[in-house]
Design a protein around this ligand. Structure first.
Ligand code: NAD
Ligand code: DAU
Length: 333
């Protein structure tokens, strides 16, 4: 593999992945196709400006002409491009169906035309829905709860059908919650870090006991590289960290790292359709030779330090979100 098309590479995981891949593979050229929605940000990869092995293209994966132009130029694809925030999907689901399902379709069609050698489709552990005890394996059924996870389920089912029907070498990952540098400050960890820095309330949904498995984003990048290189076409790989924490525990750890009082914790009403717990088995990806290298405490420390040092990055984004903030305020008080 010499030329890789990454879609949605100006977002959180995509930008961390591109930086990781260019460092790890000195002969690799990456084209980053990104629509620069509210979540896409060229600042995330500013350090790559002028790098001859990196090309940025501002475009939409739902546009067949744009996709065709770049698909004919690469031999593998990693599709991160998506609408990704569950609360936004509760507010307004249209863009989720458009990008996460129809966008995936446009990419798959073009990949099939151009005999792409690997098509890594990034899905999520949310497609399984919630599990009170035990962990989902890749063979479990999909039972999504939100318009976000339902759209992601649609996209990945379509991707798998292109393997079964046309033999397109599709690989699918279903990862747990990522955290780390460059995550948009609407998701739990960056929202709470940045609110706490400003002594603003931390709006925790419901009883705060919902559980997520937190994976540091560099570990995710390594896992995706491995699946791209060594995964078996047509297979699905769960990715999880074994860092299952209740939201209230995550919140207290942020406050402790920043030296802020727990009085900032502000319980609000619950998210609609709020999944209680996510948990996946990771035997399959471990068998490829992967294990997460960051434990939760170390990842949190690095993440909090990054947001403290990069205030200008996140302040610009927080100011940009007025319309969504208005809905969020009305929803959660
Ligand atoms: P993000 O919201 O930070 O970034 C999404 C990127 O996709 C942005 O750069 C945006 O501009 C781009 N994009 C959106 N619509 C597009 C379109 N139509 N055409 C081209 N680009 C478009 O997302 P993220 O958190 O980095 O997630 C990346 C992928 O990983 C998503 O597919 C998401 O479902 C999946 N995922 C995320 C997590 C997580 O915890 N963040 C966990 C599991 C899976
Ligand atoms: O599990 C993987 C998924 O993780 C990804 O597929 C999604 O793209 C990503 O957004 C994330 O979804 P979550 O809904 O789990 O992440 P979020 O950061 O929105 O919320 C994490 C938990 O924190 C969840 O239980 C809801 C809660 N929460 C979130 C926000 C934004 C709060 O209590 N208060 C908040 O203000």
């Amino acid at each position: 593999m010499k030329r890789l098309l990454v879609t949605g590479g100006a977002g959180f995981i995509g930008s961390n992945f591109i930086r990781y891949m260019l460092k790890k593979h000195p002969d690799l050229h990456i084209v980053n196709l990104d629509a620069l929605t509210y979540a896409g940000n060229r600042e995330n990869l500013r350090d790559l400006d002028g790098n001859p092995r990196y090309t940025f293209w501002h475009g939409d994966i739902c546009d067949p002409d744009t996709v065709e132009r770049w698909m004919s130029n690469v031999d593998a694809v990693v599709n991160f491009a998506a609408e990704t925030h569950v609360d936004r999907s509760i507010h307004e689901a249209g863009a989720f169906v458009e990008t996460d399902v129809h966008g995936a379709f446009v990419l798959l069609e073009a990949a099939r035309e151009h005999n792409i050698s690997r098509f890594l489709h990034i899905s999520t552990d949310e497609v399984y829905g919630s599990i009170d005890e035990g962990s989902f394996t890749e063979k479990d059924i999909l039972n999504p709860s939100s318009p976000y996870s339902a759209s992601k389920s649609g996209g990945e089912l379509l991707a798998r059908s292109y393997f079964i029907t046309y033999g397109l070498p599709v690989l699918i990952t279903r990862s747990s919650n990522n955290f780390g540098p460059y995550q948009y400050p609407e998701k739990l960890i960056p929202l709470f870090i940045t609110n706490a820095i400003d002594d603003k309330p931390l709006p925790i949904y419901g009883d705060g006991k919902n559980v997520r498995d937190w994976l540091y984003v560099e570990d995710q990048a390594e896992a995706l590289d491995l699946v791209l290189q060594k995964g078996t076409a047509g297979e699905i790989y769960n990715i999880g960290a074994g860092n299952e924490e209740m939201n209230i525990t995550v919140t207290k750890s942020i406050l402790k790292l920043l030296g802020k009082p727990e009085s900032l914790i502000h319980p609000v009403k619950d998210r609609l359709g709020h999944d209680r717990r996510y948990s996946v088995t990771i035997d399959k990806i471990q068998a490829l030779g992967w294990k997460p290298l960051h434990d939760f405490e170390e990842g949190m420390k690095k993440t909090v330090e990054w947001y403290v040092k990069n205030e200008s990055w996140w302040r610009a984004l927080k100011e940009k979100q007025a319309a969504y903030q208005e809905w969020y305020k009305k929803q959660y008080g």
